[in-house]
Design a protein around this ligand. Structure first.
Ligand code: FES
Length: 118
């Protein structure tokens, strides 16, 4: 008798988390929120867009939330690696990308989406 293998597809579950008023983040800066036990830096771009990335830099754990934002690029204050806050890509290309999280604004409040493997 031949053993049957079952391929299980991954399923993903999205959960939206309320972060409070968007005004708590000055334009052009980031603030760190503790979400599901993890520090997530949310940046408020001058364009009005909001971006969420892991606060811990994939290089050596520097505080990305303290980094300077220019357009869609944040520069880590520890060693100067820069990351696209929309895609997570390291612009120097020598460090893993940082995790990104969609953040939306509705009536002045921010909502971040976490994705879980289900
Ligand atoms: S820890 Fe961020 S660049 Fe080194």
């Amino acid at each position: 008798m031949t053993a049957m293998m079952t391929l299980q597809e991954k399923t993903w579950l999205d959960k939206e988390v309320a972060l409070g008023e968007v005004e708590q983040i000055p334009v052009g800066e980031g603030r760190v929120f503790l979400v599901a036990g993890k520090g997530i830096a949310v940046f408020r771009a001058r364009s009005g867009e909001l971006f969420g990335v892991d606060d811990s830099c994939p290089h050596r754990g520097g505080p990305l939330g303290d980094g300077l934002l220019a357009g869609r690029t944040v520069v880590c204050p520890l060693h100067g690696k820069s990351f696209n806050v929309r895609t997570g890509e390291c612009l120097q290309g020598d460090v893993d990308p940082v995790n990104t999280y969609p953040v939306r604004e509705e009536n002045g409040s921010m909502y971040l989406t976490l994705r879980y493997e289900g």
